[in-house]
Write a protein that binds this ligand. Structure first.
Ligand SMILES: [Zn+2]
Length: 102
């Protein structure tokens, strides 16, 4: 299945930095239980390796960036579907809860 993102139409450009090299596809709501849903609903973003997992600035080690992407993705999802649908699929409201990231 061709990957798409609710946040960008350009899967070859880093969503955060705008660079076009070393692009990884990051599942914004990562974790085994969410991976299939993430693929189905387009809850991924292209990130350059440095901002993905190849440095401590990367989203997998950088809580601030992680929460920023989760919030932006939840907003985009809710604009396309609804808040109820988001809660039904992902079971967590990132727009209100900024402490417990699971
Ligand atoms: Zn990732």
């Amino acid at each position: 299945m061709k990957r798409f993102s609710l946040l960008t139409d350009d899967m070859k450009t880093c969503y955060v930095s705008g660079v076009t090299y070393d692009i990884h596809i990051h599942e914004v709501f990562y974790g085994t239980a969410n991976r299939k849903k993430s693929i189905k609903y387009g809850c991924c973003v292209p990130l350059t390796a440095r901002l993905h997992n190849a440095s401590n600035k990367g989203v997998h080690f950088n809580k601030e960036l992680d929460m920023r992407l989760k919030r932006e993705m939840q907003k985009a999802f809710e604009e396309k579907y609804s808040h109820e649908k988001f809660m039904e699929v992902f079971h967590k409201n990132y727009l209100e809860d900024d402490d417990d990231n699971g």
